[in-house]
Structures are given as structure tokens and as C-alpha cells.
Write a protein that binds this ligand. Structure first.
Ligand code: AMP
Length: 509
């Protein structure tokens, strides 16, 4: 009998371990967890899951705080053939009820504080169980793991078997469960190791959450696929990140990490002289931040682009020009094309259209939503990302916004990113979001929501006058609203749907 090749993602991580004593995690309390410890602890979680009845293909939902054990639960789940389903700690009972009812996990790991609420939800589903998992190391699941064997024989997995389901943030309609296979994740991790030149001497400063593709897959899987280590911080805290930077060789972050670091005088060339690369993604990095960061540190931030459904799609070059406002080139083996929104026909250089993606990274579909899945794929296998962008003559890809964020005013298309970049470059403006809201004459009115820098003496007319120098009239905001802060989710993405709601009556008489 011939056995097919094993695609269990954990097998790839294991194959990269050269020395079991090599460090994997440096924790906030200065404890160091070696690769050998990682293999043993993840085996304990794999054994715990099996003893609790988790079978291959079963979903394991985890609404737990960031911790080393939370990572080992993820790894144990891979090893046991489960499908890991991380949930944002910010989700409330009603949101959790939706995810649990939809995904029907065999096991839900949660903090003790959430236990009762989740038990009610799970019992209403008619199957599954709840175990507790607390940050300080307590909880029933952790106790079961503590008492479990440190050896586990990893399950054989096919390339197409599910490794994880990640729910999309659902800013338009229902949140959807993106099904990611072992091959999706391993191919992407390998591509990132190659293009970003990760090795086992790398030390990644990890301050991202681990319920999202960025912190869990882009950061963790890439490090595990290179045999490197991570300085593992519970959350992003400017002081702690500054203190750890001299020990790191790279950092991955959302743009707000970089703008917050820039506000500190302690961020100097000397402090980051040991760093090999700073990487940014999950939301657009403003060209201003890119420029200031390079001036202050000598590092051009490497911006890349990805999404829950596809992991990473493009990256600026490691060697070569990292161009602000662009997300670089398609990763190896990944095809990207730009198509016309209406006709679906492929567009030429510099023409703005929908970004479509095909490659081993692209997810298997939305969990239990075959119709929705069908809608989002072309017949030739390209995934319709919903992002709008263009490719310039040098092949660099730029994103100009989400399809749904496109503003159509008086029949003209306005791409918010262009107006936002122009606004952010104005002295006295810290950041901005540009949205379209109903307008009696124009269909939608271009509307700017602006966070002033200090006491902003600028008024709407000053801002329009400055923008007028570079932008066509139809792109100028008809109204400008000043706010203290823009609503953002945990990944730093501006919640434009909230802004559209807040200002929807801006042009009503
Ligand atoms: P998520 O699924 O939460 O990772 O969000 C993915 C979305 O974030 C993409 O579809 C883009 O709209 C946006 N995004 C990710 N990276 C970038 C980037 N570098 N520049 C602009 N938008 C980005």
C-alpha cells in the first residue's frame, strides 16, 4: 500500500528544527522556551484535545488571551488534525453565538469569565464542550494538558485538509468563515521565508494579536518555518517594544505600530541598528509614515498585502526599492490581475480595477457558504478580492481602497486613498478617512473625517484650497469633519462603515 505525502503543517515546522535547545520564544517574564519545549508542550495539547474527543476535521474554537500556551494550543490542534478557530477576545456573547452555531466546534476554549455564557451557547447547539483556559496558566484545558503525555504522533494530513477557519471581520454583512488548508498555510509561510530571507538567526518582535492571520500565520508560521525565534509580547506597548528592539532582528506590525513608535524620541538609528527589516500590513501605511520612519531610523518599511482568505499576496522587495504607497509584487507562484469592475476584463498598466488572485495560498472557500464562495471566484480559479488597485509600469501594485469604499460622486469614481494621502500630507492633519455619504445632487458626497494635529487652526476652506493644488475638483471633500480619533478595529483598520453611519445625514437639508 502506498501512502500519500504528509502535508501536516506541523511536520514542516518540525523539519526546520536543527537543535532542540535553540530558543523559540522569549516571554515577557524573561523565560525562554526552546524548540524542544515547544514540541513537548504542543504534544501535551494534542493529547489533551484527543482525550476530550476532538477528531480529525473537528473545529477547536479558542477565545483566549495571547500567551505561549495559546500558541501551543494552535500547534497541538494542527498536530491532532483539528481545525483551529481563533476568536477575537473582544467578541461579545451575541457575536460568539453566531460563530459557534455556524462552526459547531467540538471544543471551545475560553477564559473562566466566559465559561457560563459559552456553555449556554454550546448546549443550544446540541454538541461540543467548553473548557477553560486562563492567561495566568489556570483552567481545565491547561490542567488536562499539564497531565498529558509530552509525546504525540502527528496525524497525517492531505494538502487540502483544513488547518484553520478564520472569520472575516464582516464589515459588510455577515462574517464568513474562511477555510484554510495545510497547503495554503505552508506554501505561504515558505514564500515569506524566501522573499523576506528569514533564517534561524532571526528574532522577530511579536506584539500582534494571535487571533488574526497577521500575528498567527504571517508572523508565527514564518518564524517556525525558518527555525528562528520570537520576542513574544502580550500586546503592543510603545515602551516595551522600544526596550526589546535592540534584541530583535525584525518586526511585523500594523501601520499604527509604526506611527506610534515614531512619536517617541527614543526611536533612533542606534536603537534599531540590529534590525534587518520592519514589515507592515493589514491596513495602508501612509507615505508620510514611511518617509518619516526612514528619516528617523534609516529603515524603509517593507509593506506587504494580504487578507484572511489568502494569507499574503504581495510584498515590496527585500532587496530593491521599497516604494511607499505600494504593496510591491506578487509573491512566488501567486498570480495577480486587475480587472474591470463591470465587465471582468483584464485592465492595462495603471488602470484601476478589482484585484484578483490565484495561487496555492488562496483559501478553499467560505465555511458552509457554497453560494457565497461561488460568487467570489471566477471560473478560471481567480479569487475576487474586493480590493481595488492598479499595477504600474514597473510592476508595483498599489491598493486604492475596498470596492465597497469606492465613492461615486456626480458619476466620477473617487478612490479614498488618493484623497487621504493628500490630506495626511497637510501640516496640521494627523490622519484622515474619506468616505462617500448620500448627497441629493451628486449621489454621494466626498466627505473627509480628519484628526487634527494638536490645535488645528485649519478650516474646511483651507483644506480644500490646499488639496485643490493637486486634486481634480470632483475629488475635493465637500465637507470636512474634525474628530479626536478615527474608529479602528484591533488590526488598525479604520471602520469606515461606522463613519458612513455617523455622517450619513451630512448633506440632508
Ligand atoms: P484582513 O482579512 O482582516 O486581513 O483584511 C484584509 C484587507 O486589509 C485587505 O483586503 C485590504 O483591504 C486590507 N489590507 C491589507 N494589507 C494592506 C496594505 N498593505 N495596504 C492596504 N490595505 C491592506
Amino acid at each position: 500500500m502506498t501512502t500519500s505525502q504528509d502535508h501536516n503543517l506541523f511536520g514542516i515546522f518540525r523539519s526546520r528544527i536543527e537543535n532542540l535547545d535553540a530558543p523559540f520564544l522569549q516571554l515577557p517574564d524573561d523565560r525562554v522556551i526552546s524548540y524542544g519545549d515547544m514540541v513537548k508542550r504542543s504534544a501535551q495539547f494534542a493529547n489533551a484535545l484527543v482525550s476530550l474527543g476532538v477528531k480529525p476535521g473537528d473545529r477547536v474554537a479558542a477565545q483566549v488571551e495571547k500567551s505561549a500556551d495559546a500558541l501551543f494550543l494552535y500547534l497541538g490542534c494542527l498536530r491532532a488534525g483539528g481545525v483551529f478557530l481563533p476568536l477575537n477576545m473582544g467578541y461579545k456573547d451575541k457575536e460568539l453565538a453566531y460563530f459557534i452555531t455556524d462552526a459547531e466546534p467540538a471544543l471551545v476554549a475560553c477564559t473562566s469569565a466566559r465559561k457560563n455564557a459559552l456553555e449556554e451557547i454550546v448546549s443550544a447547539c446540541g454538541s461540543g464542550r467548553v473548557e477553560t483556559f486562563d492567561q495566568g496558566g489556570g483552567g481545565s484545558l491547561i490542567e488536562i494538558a499539564d497531565g498529558s503525555d509530552t509525546v504525540f504522533k502527528d496525524l497525517h494530513r492531505e494538502a487540502d485538509d483544513l488547518a484553520a477557519i478564520l472569520y472575516t471581520s464582516g464589515t459588510t454583512g455577515r462574517s464568513k468563515g474562511a477555510m484554510l488548508t495545510h497547503k495554503n498555510l505552508s506554501s505561504n509561510a515558505q514564500a515569506l521565508v524566501d522573499v523576506w530571507q528569514f533564517t534561524n538567526t532571526d528574532v522577530l518582535l511579536h506584539a500582534l494579536p494571535i487571533f488574526h492571520t497577521h500575528g498567527l500565520f504571517v508572523a508565527t508560521n514564518t518564524v517556525l518555518s525558518s527555525g528562528g525565534s520570537m520576542i513574544f509580547q502580550n500586546k503592543f506597548d510603545v515602551e516595551r517594544v522600544l526596550a526589546a528592539l535592540p534584541r530583535a532582528t525584525c518586526m511585523m506590525g500594523v501601520p499604527t505600530f509604526y506611527s506610534r513608535l515614531l512619536a517617541s524620541k527614543e526611536l533612533t538609528r542606534d536603537l534599531v541598528s540590529h534590525i534587518r527589516v520592519f514589515i507592515s500590513g493589514s491596513a495602508p501605511l501612509s507615505p508620510e509614515t514611511h518617509k518619516k520612519f526612514e528619516q528617523q531610523t534609516g529603515h524603509a518599511i517593507l509593506e506587504r498585502y494580504g487578507m484572511t482568505e489568502t494569507s499574503m499576496n504581495t510584498s515590496n522587495p527585500f532587496d530593491g526599492e521599497r516604494r511607499a504607497s505600494t504593496v510591491g509584487f506578487a509573491l512566488p507562484d501567486i498570480e495577480i490581475r486587475i480587472v474591470d469592475i463591470e465587465s471582468g476584463g483584464e485592465l492595462d498598466t495603471n488602470e484601476v480595477g478589482v484585484i484578483e488572485i490565484r495561487g496555492p495560498n488562496v483559501f478553499k472557500g467560505y465555511w458552509r457558504m457554497p453560494e457565497k464562495t461561488k460568487e467570489e471566484f471566477r471560473d478560471d480559479g481567480f479569487f475576487i478580492s474586493g480590493d481595488l488597485g492598479f499595477i504600474d509600469e514597473r510592476g508595483y501594485i498599489s491598493i486604492v481602497g475596498r470596492n465597497k469604499d469606492l465613492i461615486i460622486s456626480g458619476g466620477f469614481n473617487i478612490y479614498p486613498a488618493e484623497v487621504e494621502n493628500a490630506l495626511d500630507a497637510i501640516n496640521g492633519i494627523s490622519e484622515s478617512a474619506v468616505i462617500g455619504v448620500p448627497h441629493p445632487d451628486f449621489g454621494e458626497g466626498v466627505t473627509a473625517v480628519v484628526v487634527p494635529e494638536g490645535e488645528c487652526p485649519l478650516g474646511t476652506e483651507d483644506i480644500r484650497a490646499t488639496l485643490e493644488r493637486d486634486l481634480a475638483n470632483y475629488k475635493l471633500p465637500k465637507r470636512v469633519f474634525f474628530v479626536d480619533a478615527l474608529p479602528r478595529n484591533k488590526m488598525g483598520k479604520i471602520q469606515k462603515n461606522q463613519l458612513r453611519e455617523q455622517f450619513h445625514a451630512a448633506y440632508q437639508a
